[in-house]
Write a protein that binds this ligand. Structure first.
Ligand code: GRF
Length: 201
């Protein structure tokens, strides 16, 4: 399967996917990496791996809808079977979501703590257990059907960085596992329920 990965930051989830994709048995390859900004480590990781990159800045377009259309065109040029949002910090618009299946990884147990500050909010709330969620992307903010989740314990003395790093070490493994199974086995969605594997299996 052909993957286009969208990033906005350090790209460690992207790196995990590229590393896994090096094995033929994985069943998926990262064919391009897109970002909403320049100068991020995620793009540098792609370039080091020889993977084509593109940047689609919201500020480069007169409207959000124009950006949505431009992003769709950039992604479409690489003919993906699946788009993976891995730390991409923009809400994807209807043109992109209408054109491709998109899976996202979020560093909390949705529906708890959606949005861009999930780790800080979980810490501030005082939860003892948080985690990460891999879900299909719909028009909302972190509201699409859940595919997989894994719990991560909060340690006394955690700050946002130590907790986020512990979550990310779980998140990278979960994302690699789920994306590989989606590529090899497919998936079905019935209402809010996403299930890996083809129907009737
Ligand atoms: C991940 O925890 C992702 O869930 C969140 O931002 C982080 C991105 O990390 N949205 P990286 O860029 O993959 O290292």
């Amino acid at each position: 399967a052909r993957l286009v990965v969208l990033v906005s930051g350090s790209g460690t989830n992207l790196q995990a996917l590229m590393d896994a994709a090096a094995a033929d048995a994985y069943g998926a390859v990262v064919v391009a990496v897109g970002a909403d900004r320049d100068g991020i480590e995620g793009l540098a990781r792609a370039r080091r791996a020889g993977v084509p990159t593109f940047v689609a800045k919201v500020s480069g377009h007169p409207t959000r809808a124009a950006w949505d259309g431009a992003l769709r065109a950039e992604i479409a040029a690489h003919r993906p079977d699946l788009v993976v949002s891995a730390g991409f910090m923009k809400i994807l618009g209807p043109e992109v979501l209408g054109a491709f299946p998109v899976v996202n990884t979020h560093p909390a147990l949705l529906p708890s703590f959606p949005g861009a500050h999930a780790v800080a909010e979980a810490l501030a709330y005082g939860v003892r257990v948080t985690g990460c969620t891999v879900h299909l992307v719909d028009a909302g903010v972190d509201t699409g059907p859940v595919i997989a989740q894994e719990a991560v314990t909060v340690h006394d003395g955690d700050d946002e960085d130590t907790l986020h790093e512990r979550i990310k070490s779980v998140e990278r493994r979960l994302l690699v596992e789920v994306v590989g199974r989606m590529a090899r086995e497919g998936w079905t969605v019935t209402g809010r329920h996403a299930r890996l594997g083809r129907p009737g299996r």
